[in-house]
Write a protein that binds this ligand. Structure first.
Ligand SMILES: [Zn+2]
Length: 75
């Protein structure tokens, strides 16, 4: 699909590292499947992936870890 940020590139299927920050907690979620713009690098997550990412985020934030790095397990 066409990138809505730069309007100059198209997205390709790929994997990205999503960074979430809340309070003193930083969470990095690796290998999240996403559509990535070949021009500006902006990524788009599906609603399903967004849900998974936010669930992972909640786990880490509840634990109160300062820095957590996880790999997304996709069935
Ligand atoms: Zn773009």
């Amino acid at each position: 699909m066409e990138c809505t940020i730069c309007k100059n590139g198209n997205t390709e299927k790929g994997h990205v590292t999503v960074k979430l920050e809340k309070g003193g907690t930083i969470l990095l979620i690796k290998e999240v499947p996403a559509d990535v713009c070949t021009n500006c690098g902006h990524y788009y997550l599906s609603s399903e992936m967004t849900k998974l990412v936010l669930e992972k985020g909640k786990e880490a934030f509840d634990k109160g870890a300062e820095l957590e790095v996880v790999k997304l397990q996709v069935a």
